[in-house]
Write a protein that binds this ligand. Structure first.
Ligand code: PEP
Ligand code: MG
Length: 586
């Protein structure tokens, strides 16, 4: 290939799921590694083979020490513990002896011997019921991958992310995202996924551009390739030319102007032109986001997804959890933090968490079902939350509620935990509001019954849409059918708001729909006065609310009642939005 061909600009088109532009080299996260061939060696080659292996082990050791140091300085001590476990596996004497013995006896290259031995260990752990032991499977896999790379001389170009990178991957699970050095990641380009996958939600939360459905990109690109990632148009541009870069720079300047204007008004209240006040809160996944949230103009944290903290250390103690939650509470007080209890399951299940494989994970063991099935784990979380509540007001809400009985069972456990803590002499919580996520149609349809048990509702429309329309939120083949403006979805939202109003409780919407300024007229028209969106969207959403008229919004909802087509309803809402805040669409 000629030099020009190697540095030629090349463009891939995908689906934009988180806005923004990033320019950096890519880091390709490879899925797995191929099984090495069992190459025969001679008896004379044994020593050099052993030397090659020891060098790979040493290099892996240094790499892990560096990683450990990096996370320790970031106060992510639980992650540093993971690397201690990795070092123990790496240094395991019996593994070392077995490898050496097999290489000498079988006269086969060390790559194949080491790989097969580690696979045997992984197979033994993979099927175990004990979740702790099953997690060790991942540790062994990780170590094996590192050693194999060193044996092959395939040093990653950015293993430690010394420099900023754009992550390119076939797929990115929420737990992959948790393990990344987030301070160095500038964006994501992913082959799979959808706008509702948790990787996309995290990207928006961190304010990073992300593009999904970039088929083949993990094969076509190599770590170190310079690219421009356009999260607005859904593009990845390899080797961007000076002309392309200059075009993007001028667009950036224009976007910055709008951003500055929105930023200046972010702390002002969001009141419609006819005086209807809307609370705009923030969604969060990580404790480190609290600083940005305080600065975003958010009234409170409307949704803290606790499963990401859990995934950082599934065996984390109550003390560690209480300390982490307390940091969030203290950062936001006197505002409140609404913590959602663990919503493990769906796309937030992987080997690390150790749930059995399920044919339909989104219809399976998820959310409150897992918590009520693992009482000890649930108690640990509830106790930690109540301890954190001594430092500021909090909300505790339960995900995936499908009937009122689940709420009652969770509340019983919460009351028991509160009693225990009081007997143990912990300071009393300041204020704890109890809430239920309304994200399953059965919950929306029985919202009146659930309302009697809680202080607030939170509408999880990401799931409400998928469960109402039978459209998997991650499945790109049916992505066109994923319609938040489907009349069935709007009716369920309407029923929930009505039930909340009748019971005199608050109702918030925390799904991604709340940040979509095109559907905002419909949400206000349905009577919602509390929205929770990612910190980066707060100023935009507030700006849009200030231009809307609540009475007019109610009229649009009324006018749409006879429409059966989600697209037509969206068009009506979008027309109003584009007329009243055209600047947000430029
Ligand atoms: C939702 O379903 O809308 C929601 C907020 O929860 P999650 O996206 O984490 O499932
Ligand atoms: Mg949900």
């Amino acid at each position: 290939m000629t030099q020009e061909a190697l540095t030629e600009e090349k463009i891939w088109q995908g689906t934009a799921v988180s806005s923004g532009v990033a320019h950096a080299v890519v880091h390709v996260l490879k899925e797995d590694f191929d099984e090495p061939d069992a190459e025969p060696i001679t008896a004379e080659q044994v020593e050099s083979e052993m030397e090659r292996w020891r060098a790979a082990l040493d290099a892996t050791h240094r790499e892990i020490e560096q990683l450990k140091e990096m996370v320790s300085t970031e106060a992510r001590s639980a992650e540093a513990d993971i690397f201690d476990t990795h070092l123990l596996i790496l240094e395991d004497v019996s593994i070392r002896k077995q490898v050496e013995k097999s290489v000498r006896e079988k006269l086969i290259c060390v790559d194949a011997i080491y790989y097969r031995l580690m696979c045997k260990h992984m197979d033994a752990l993979r099927g175990l019921a004990d979740s702790y032991l099953r997690e060790r499977f991942l540790d062994i896999k990780d170590i094996t991958q590192r050693v194999m790379r060193h044996l092959r001389g395939e040093l990653l170009q950015h293993p430690m992310f010394d420099d900023p990178v754009i992550i390119v991957a076939h797929d990115l699970t929420p737990s992959d995202t948790v393990q990344l050095d987030r301070s160095k990641v500038l964006g994501f380009a992913i082959e799979m996924g959808s706008g509702n996958s948790h990787a996309a939600i995290i990207a928006r939360s961190l304010g990073l551009p992300a593009v999904v459905r970039m088929h083949g990109i993990a094969e076509d690109l190599h770590s170190g390739d310079p690219v421009l990632l356009d999260g607005n148009e859904g593009l990845v541009i390899l080797n961007p030319t000076p002309a392309t870069l200059s075009k993007y720079r001028s667009r950036e300047q224009q976007a910055e102007k709008l951003e500055d204007a929105l930023h200046a008004t972010r702390h002002q209240p969001a009141v419609t032109t006819d005086g209807f006040k809307v609370q705009v809160c923030a969604n969060a996944e990580f404790v480190e986001e609290m600083g940005d949230i305080r600065d975003s103009g958010a009234a409170h944290v409307g949704l803290f997804r606790t499963e990401f903290l859990y995934m950082e250390d599934p065996a984390g103690t109550e003390d560690w959890l209480a300390e982490s939650y307390t940091r969030a509470v203290k950062a936001i007080a006197p505002g409140h933090v609404t913590f959602r209890t663990l919503d493990i399951g769906g796309d937030k299940v992987d080997d690390q968490i150790g749930a059995e494989e399920e044919p339909n994970p989104f219809l399976g063991w998820r959310g409150i079902r897992v918590s009520l099935g693992r009482k000890q784990m649930f108690r640990r979380q509830l106790r930690a939350l109540l301890r954190a509540a001594a430092h500021g007001p909090i909300g505790i809400m339960f995900p995936m509620v499908c009937d009122v009985g689940e709420v009652r069972a969770a509340k019983e456990l919460l009351a028991e935990c509160a009693q225990e803590l009081s007997e143990e002499g912990y300071p009393p919580p300041k204020q704890v509001d109890i809430g239920a996520m309304i994200e399953i149609p059965s919950a929306a349809l029985t919202a009146d019954l659930i309302a009697a048990e809680v202080d607030f509702f939170s509408l999880g429309t990401n799931d409400l849409v998928q469960y109402t329309l039978a459209v998997d939120r991650l499945n790109e083949r049916v992505a066109d059918l994923y319609s938040p403006t489907h009349p069935a979805v709007l009716r369920l939202i309407g029923l929930t708001v009505e039930a909340a109003r009748r019971a005199g409780i608050r109702v918030c919407i925390c799904g991604e729909m709340a940040a979509d300024v095109e559907v905002l007229p419909l949400l206000l028209g349905l009577g919602l006065d509390e929205l929770s969106v990612s910190a980066g969207q707060i100023s935009r959403v507030k700006h849009a609310i200030r231009r809307l008229n609540a009475a007019e919004c109610a009229k649009i909802v009324e006018d749409c009642r006879h429409l059966g087509c989600p697209k037509m309803i969206l068009e009506r809402s979008r027309a109003i939005a584009q007329r009243l805040y055209p600047d947000l669409f430029e």
